[in-house]
Design a protein around this ligand. Sequence first.
Ligand code: GLU
Length: 492
Amino acid sequence: MSVRVRFAPSPTGYVHLGSLRTALYDYMFAKKQGGSYVLRIEDTDQTRLVDDAIDNLIQAFEWADIMHDEGPFMENGKLVQRGDYGPYIQSERLDTYRPYVDQLLASGHAYYCFCSKERLDEVREANKAKGIISGYDGHCRNIPYEEAKKRAEAGESYVVRLKMPEDRELVFEDMVRGTVKMNTNDSDDQVLLKADGFPTYHMAVVVDDHLMGITHMIRGEEWLPSTPKQILLYEALGWEMPKIAHLSNILNTEKKKLSKRHDSVAVEDFRKKGYLPEALINFLALVGWSPEGEDEIMTLEEMTEKFSFDRVSKSGGVFDIQKLNWMNNQYIKNADPDRLAKLAVPYLIEAGYFNEDGVEGHLDWVKRIVQLVKEHLEYMAQVTDHFPLFVGDEVKITDDSALEMIRMDHVETLVDALIKTFNAAESFSAEDVKAMFKEVQKETGIKGKNLFMCTRIAVTGQEHGPDLMETIAILGKETVIKRMKYAVSNYK
Ligand code: GLU
């Protein structure tokens, strides 16, 4: 049987890093086995729906390049679905679930519950007072099926609940956790069908995983408590349960669960800051999975080749932003220069360096500067820190030691010689500038720090910075000459 793995998010408006990691493991596992990776949208909880959420979700995965084989896709701004097992959006499958609910009622594995909200609230309060967390008290469990069915058909409001057997130990094999044992006494009688006729997650997930031929479910550890209920549903419906893996939470550096309240968790935030998707993917894969070997920088294909659940950790992986920044910097350094330039553009527009219309004309300039400073970029938004150096004809010199150097006796001679040589130059590449420095050195006898650092201060106002020859070449002859003149006349 070919492997079919699904990722089944509820669209909440943003994609959590943990979800991206789950999807990534789904993807790698499916591809490694030559199987299919399916995206199914679990939107039966109508209270949690957010406009455009499906759209956002698909876009986040497109950006990350973790694409499914079946499910919903965006095509020319429209939602389409592809695959033989659709629809892949649960709210479009509502008719699918009811017959299975009826089957469970008829076989006695589920029952009608007519308890009012007020009664349930009372039960909850009473439980709380006794310090019991478990919810429903089983009030409607023993209403005979025929009688209950008549009441329901007569129009009384009801939900359908799973009849949890008492004190049964359920044992299952988890691909990450090994053998897991849970007792049915720890779960209450789960609602399967809500009063509005919508199935709950538990019902829908089992029916859909079965009908979609899912062989493996991989999900976060928060779903561990739902497994016993799902085992019982599979049993009651006479279906084979997919293999299962529960991934441990991603922790922050304080070893607490990464949470929206305290941490940056939305994939979108990382996209906006200018993390490269392949760096985020590489990094996330290693939060909780340690492949054999020493290599850390790996493409998705390389990781897929190595991926197995044997090396996925039971304890939570730590999200260390320093490590992500290091890794992203590695990827930035190796990225295609044109791609980097394009990625830098939105930040520069936002910072006011040019507007949309000016993009074309500035792209080459941006590309050169980005290449010059990329080793200092942890993420692309930081690019704006490096651009002030490249605009304007006047430099500010504020450091005492820089002021001291610009005031040295030889600086006027140096600047005059440079201006003369630059003025005569026909081309002005970094190579050319380098050759001109040699000339000036020969001509004036000024060398070393007195030559290079003093020029740097005159041109940039600072003692340190990116490669001087390329900086001068990018600034261009005119700007450099103006800056040097300004520096000697204003800081002498
Ligand atoms: N819809 C669930 C979620 O939002 C899916 C859990 C599962 O994978 O079974 O995460």
